[in-house]
Design a protein around this ligand. Structure first.
Ligand SMILES: C[S@@+](CC[C@H](N)C(=O)[O-])C[C@H]1O[C@@H](n2cnc3c(N)ncnc32)[C@H](O)[C@@H]1O
Length: 494
C-alpha cells in the first residue's frame, strides 16, 4: 500500500498484542457481550481476539472498505472454523445501513475497533472523498475550511455514530483513538444529552504499538438509561485507579472536576485586563535577526545586514520565556497596527526598507491567506499593546503554568512572537502584582480545571481570559485598582 493510501484510509492495523490487552481489560470491567461488530475491521485483530476472549459471543459481523483485508480475515476465520457464524463483508462506513445491522445482533453488543486516523483536511490535500457525504470536500471550501475551523477527524464522526447505535440497546463501545478525538466525541455526546454510563479513557503509547506520535487512548462508552457526563482517565491500560476525571459542567468541558468545583465562581466576569498573543509574521528567516555589532544583524539565511534600530525590538519567543527570559534575537516590527501602510519606511528607515524589499519574494510568498491584499511586509498581532513597557507573559505551547514579568531590555520594549500570550501594562508594580496573583494557588487551580495538557496549544488566550482577575484580586485582599493601561504613547514609531 502506498503511503498516500495509508493516510487516506487512516490505515494503522492494530497489533494483536494490543487488541488482546484491550479485550482483557474489557473482560475485567464490562458485562460479557453476546455479539460483536467491528465496523472498520482491517485484517481483524480485534475481531479474532474478541472471539477468543469472550466465549459467549455466538455471532458477529466485521466490515472494511478494503477487500484484501476482508479476504485475510475470512481466511483466518475459516481456518479456525469460525466463518459460518460471522458475517465478514466489504462495506463503506459512510453508506452502510448500520441500523439494520445493529438490530440483527443479540444484546449485549460489543462494538470494537480502531477507526481510521485521518482528518478531513488531510483528505482534502489528497483529493479524497473518504468522508461522510454531507462533508464532502466541495462543501468545505468556505472560510471555515481556510481557517482550519472546520477540520475534524474522521474517527470522531464515526465514533459519534456508534454512540447513537447503542442509545436503545445494551452494549459497549471500545475504540482506539486520539485523546483529542475522544474528548470531542464525549463533549458532543454530553451536550446532546446522550444516554451513557461514566465513560473511561485508558491512555496507551502509540509509539510502541503504531510507531506514530499521537496522544492516544482506548475510549470505552457503555450504554445506560442514565445520562452521565463524566469520563475517568487512566494513565495506562493496566492502571487500577483513574488519575483524573473530566466532564461537562455548566456546559464547559472541564479537565479536572474537583478543581472546577473549587474555583468556578472565578469564571469570566467583566474583563479589565486584556490577554493578547504576540506578533505573527510567518517569515522568521527574514523578520528575526541576531545582533552582531551596533547596527549589524544576521538573519536566518546567514546574511549580515546593516539596519536602523528604529524598527528592531528584542524578541522573546515562548522557548526564551520558559528558559532564562533573555532575548536571543531582534524582530523587525514594521507596523504599529494591523493593515497600516508600510511605504513610509522607504524614508523613515531606508536600510530596513531595502532589506525587506530585497527579500519581498519570501515575504510575498507567505502561505496564509491573512497576508493577501495587505500592505507589503505586513504582520499580525500588532497594536499599541505590542509596545507597552511592561508585560505579564506565559508561553502558549509549554506544559507549565508560570507567568513572568517582562520589562524593557537594552532600553527597548520587548516583543513576543505568537508562541506567547500576555497582558500589556504601563507600570512595573502593577505587572508584579498581576504576575503574583496569576501564579497564586487559586489561579493555578482555576486554570488546571480547564487545561488539557496534551493539546497542541494548551494555554490559549480564550483559556486565560476565562479567569476573572478582578474577583481574584478582591478575594486576596488586594484593593489596588489601576486605570486601564494606555500604551499608545510608549513608542511613536512614525
Ligand atoms: C486504523 S485501521 C484499523 C483496522 C482495524 N480496525 C484494526 O484495529 O486493526 C482503519 C481501517 O479502516 C478502514 N477504512 C478506512 N475508511 C473506511 C471506510 N470509509 N469504510 C470502512 N472502512 C474504512 C481501513 O481500510 C483500515 O483497515
Amino acid at each position: 500500500m502506498t503511503n498516500n493510501k495509508k493516510i487516506e484510509y487512516g490505515d494503522f492495523q492494530t497489533p494483536r498484542e494490543l487488541a488482546r490487552e484491550v479485550c482483557r481489560l474489557l473482560k475485567k470491567n464490562t458485562t460479557e457481550p453476546k455479539s460483536i461488530i467491528e465496523p472498520t475491521c482491517g485484517i481483524g485483530a480485534f475481531f479474532i481476539e474478541a472471539l477468543s476472549t469472550f466465549p459467549n459471543i455466538k455471532s458477529g459481523c466485521a466490515f472494511d472498505l478494503n477487500n484484501e483485508y476482508i479476504d485475510v480475515l475470512k481466511n483466518e476465520l475459516s481456518k479456525k472454523r469460525l466463518l459460518q457464524n460471522n458475517k465478514i463483508e466489504v462495506a463503506d462506513f459512510f453508506s452502510k445501513d448500520w441500523q439494520s445491522e445493529i438490530s440483527s445482533l443479540t444484546e449485549p453488543i460489543l462494538v470494537i475497533g480502531n477507526p481510521p486516523w485521518v482528518t478531513n483536511s488531510q483528505l482534502g490535500q489528497l483529493q479524497s472523498d473518504n468522508l461522510p457525504t454531507k462533508y464532502n470536500q466541495k462543501k468545505m471550501k468556505g472560510l471555515d475550511a481556510l481557517t482550519g475551523k472546520s477540520n475534524f477527524d474522521i474517527s470522531e464522526w464515526m465514533i459519534s455514530q456508534m454512540i447513537d447505535w447503542i442509545q436503545e440497546k445494551r452494549g459497549v463501545i471500545a475504540m482506539l483513538c486520539k485523546t483529542s478525538v475522544a474528548r470531542k466525541v464525549l463533549l458532543s455526546a454530553w451536550q446532546k444529552n446522550k444516554k451513557m454510563e461514566i465513560a473511561t479513557m485508558h491512555i496507551f503509547d502509540s509509539k510502541t504499538y503504531f510507531n506514530i506520535s499521537a496522544d492516544s487512548c482506548l475510549l470505552t462508552v457503555v450504554s445506560s438509561k442514565n445520562r452521565h457526563k463524566e469520563c475517568k482517565i487512566y494513565d495506562h491500560l493496566w492502571a487500577d485507579n483513574p488519575n483524573q476525571t473530566i466532564g461537562l459542567r455548566d456546559n464547559f468541558l472541564v479537565a479536572d472536576i474537583p478543581s472546577y468545583e473549587e474555583t468556578k465562581h472565578l469564571i469570566d466576569g467583566e474583563q479589565h485586563y486584556q490577554w493578547r498573543t504576540g506578533v505573527k509574521h510567518d517569515c522568521s528567516k527574514i523578520m528575526e535577526l541576531e545582533q552582531v555589532s551596533e547596527n549589524q544583524y544576521i538573519n536566518g539565511l546567514g546574511e549580515i545586514n546593516e539596519l536602523e534600530n528604529k524598527y528592531l525590538f528584542p524578541l522573546l519567543k515562548g522557548s526564551n520565556l520558559a528558559n532564562g527570559k533573555i532575548p536571543s534575537k531582534f524582530m523587525i516590527v514594521p507596523q504599529t497596527r494591523i493593515g497600516q501602510d508600510t511605504s513610509h519606511l522607504e524614508i523613515t528607515a531606508p536600510k530596513t526598507w531595502q532589506y525587506l524589499t530585497k527579500h519581498s519574494d519570501l515575504l510575498d510568498r507567505r502561505a496564509s491567506s491573512i497576508y493577501k491584499d495587505k500592505p507589503k511586509f505586513s504582520i499580525f498581532g500588532v497594536g499599541d499593546y505590542t509596545f507597552s513597557k511592561w508585560k505579564v507573559a506565559i508561553p502558549a505551547l509549554y506544559k507549565k503554568l508560570d507567568f513572568s514579568v517582562i520589562g524593557p531590555y537594552q532600553n527597548k520594549v520587548v516583543v513576543f512572537d505568537d508562541t506567547v500570550n500576555f497582558i500589556a501594562l504601563d507600570n512595573e508594580k502593577e505587572a508584579c502584582e498581576l504576575a503574583d496573583i496569576l501564579n497564586s494557588k487559586k489561579a493555578t487551580t482555576f486554570y488546571h480545571s480547564f487545561i488539557f495538557w496534551d493539546s497542541k496549544r494548551p494555554i490559549t488566550v480564550q483559556l486565560l481570559k476565562s479567569l476573572d482577575i478582578d474577583e481574584l484580586l478582591t478575594e486576596s485582599g488586594n484593593t489596588n485598582r489601576y486605570s486601564i493601561s494606555k500604551h499608545s504613547k510608549q513608542l511613536q514609531l512614525i
